[in-house]
Design a binder for this molecule. Sequence first.
Ligand code: NAD
Ligand code: UGA
Length: 441
Amino acid sequence: MHLSMIGAGYVGLVSGACFAEFGHQVTCVDKDASRIEALKQGKMHLYEPGLGELVQKNFRDGRLVFTTDLGKAVETSLAVFIAVGTPPRGDGSADLSAVEAVGKEIAAHLNGYKVVVTKSTVPVGTGERLRQIISKHKPEGVSFDIASNPEFLREGSAVEDFFRPNRVVIGAESPQAIAILKDLYRPLYLIETPILLTNIATAEMIKYASNAFLATKISFINELANLCEPLGVDIHQVAKGMGLDGRIGSKFLHPGPGFGGSCLPKDSQALVKMAEAQQVELRVLSGVVAANQAQRERMMGKIRSLVGPLKGKTIAVLGLAFKPNTNDLRESPALWIVSQLAKEGAQVRVYDPEAMTDARAVLTGQSIVYAQDAYDAARGSDAVVLATEWNQFRNLELEKLKGVMRQPNFLDLRNVYDPDRLIALGFQYVGVGRAGTKTKP
Ligand code: NAD
Ligand code: UGA
């Protein structure tokens, strides 16, 4: 089947390449001409394990093409997916301007029946709004359907998530749209992926509800971790004990500096706003959002309690991306912490395996030093802050690290290390939810 994917960002590029791998003919469209040109030359603008190979293979085989020409892509497609960004507006609600602009453009190029599918995360009612926009701007006599097919992939494991999803949600209300979407996902039937068929509004809500629930688990465990510290309880044992209950589950109970990324923060806020518009208060989710901001601030308190006032101190920050295996810096707690450290007068030496180039564009100023590796970052530092748990930070040569530091303070925001081991080596160690600062007796 011919389909087009409008927006060649994380979701559009991953979904486009994976649909091409299923054997479909995919046109990826983006308005960013330099991005499209780079993709044609096999250069990726984002770091996502396995994606480069998949893109190159399907491009070479002719099943995946890149263009800035939305009109032509639409004209040759039976299904048109919208995968553009839906960033937060100033008040936290979702900005739908890109989705609506694309809707108008699609309408202008409808030359026969097509199903227009939102893959972007969009508030309930957007499908209906899109139907109105397209109806208003399309040529007379051509028919179309709207569908919602929210995406649940995680950055860093996006390709695997697309090929082995926990479920596929299809929000569609006409037999033709349902048949087309089922056909697109046919290869997943073979591995017995649950396919949930529902109406459009419900599909839109399932996406927000899922992200909001994941965010809730994280804020819950973070707040509990904070309580465990003064009580001398290890949060990991608590999370394990909770997670063994099948009703709770063990996933997303890892404490840290708070959730980041382009979706959990924005979608939680957008859902609160969606509820406000209906005069419904989401008290739990509002608390989740507030707890997440407080968690970042609490991490700063931990650094101050280790090294004292930050003015004139040198702090090494390991990891800048919001999670490992991506170069995505959007809403990264690490990035926020670096900015705060610099604001409070510290010299910050940073290192990330994949996000350095992007970080240089957003983190500027004399007080930021871009290091060559973790040990270079730690050179002359008063504390090392492990902010993102890349694999290469999980097995640091700790003696070597200590040797280059000014003061052996280790702030493990991802609880990667065994506190006793670091303390035995002469570090002052602070984790999250692990009974506060421990020092060698
Ligand atoms: P992104 O910013 O990486 O990519 C969006 C792309 O759309 C950009 O390349 C941009 O140039 C392009 N674009 C914007 N306006 C356009 C237009 N008028 N015509 C053509 N191209 C246009 O965004 P993303 O992270 O891929 O997210 C896209 C959507 O998917 C969002 O709604 C997001 O919430 C949702 N989502 C993201 C993820 C994720 O892991 N990133 C996962 C699930 C859902
Ligand atoms: C998240 C969801 O997991 C995806 O299902 C969804 O499709 C996507 O958002 C989206 O809508 O964009 P992603 O943002 O890639 O995926 O990353 P996650 O793995 O969910 O991590 C989000 C944040 O939570 C990271 O900052 C991570 O460090 C943090 N986290 C995660 C914790 O602090 N503790 C945990 O136990 C798990």
